[in-house]
Design a protein around this ligand. Structure first.
Ligand SMILES: Cc1cc2nc3c(=O)[nH]c(=O)nc-3n(C[C@H](O)[C@H](O)[C@H](O)COP(=O)(O)O)c2cc1C
Length: 158
């Protein structure tokens, strides 16, 4: 028997996660993106990461068609970006500074780090889709990360 949804959520909340904005591009070149904590590194050689995207999200179909995505790691000062990209639909990029990366996926100017990926495998994962991406470009700057724990934004203790 699977665990109850409420209990599953409660326990998952005890896993401290970094916060990312995962971006991709539409057929028409329009940028799409959503806040995501379901990100993990997978392999060093070749360099692979994965993200899990809700099948109900507006961005979901565009990952399939674009075949690329960027993962933007948010810094402690970027809570507003996390909240902004967690609201579904509309053009989220009108007031957000970004550039097109080498894959064409949007890289956020404020991000602490980014990884640009080409999708090499798509795996069904219940109500989410797992996109496995080979990393083609990446960079990082110094700074503290934005964290999410027990349903709230957190920062590293100093
Ligand atoms: C802290 C946080 C973490 C989230 N993590 C994920 C995630 O890993 N995968 C996902 O599909 N949605 C995640 N969401 C929900 C999406 O950000 C949200 O559904 C968003 O509105 C989808 O945008 P879209 O419909 O415009 O694509 C998260 C939201 C928050 C606030």
């Amino acid at each position: 028997m699977p665990i109850e949804k409420q209990e599953f959520r409660r326990v998952l909340g005890r896993f401290a996660a970094g916060v990312t904005v995962v971006t991709t591009i539409g057929d028409d070149g329009r940028p799409y993106g959503l806040t995501a904590t379901a990100f993990t590194s997978v392999s060093l050689e070749p360099p692979l990461v994965l993200v899990c995207v809700d099948k109900q999200s507006d961005s979901h179909p565009h990952f399939h068609t674009a075949g690329v995505f960027a993962v933007n790691f948010l810094g402690v000062e970027d809570e507003h970006l996390s909240r902004h990209f967690a609201v579904s639909g509309g053009d989220k990029f009108t007031e957000v500074a970004f550039r097109r990366g080498v894959t064409g996926a949007p890289v956020l100017a404020e991000a602490l780090a980014f990884l640009e990926c080409r999708i090499v495998e798509v795996v069904a994962g219940g109500d989410h889709t797992i996109f496995l991406g080979q990393v083609e470009a990446a960079d990082a700057r110094d700074g503290d990360p934005l964290l999410y724990y027990c349903g709230a934004y957190r920062r590293l203790a100093t």
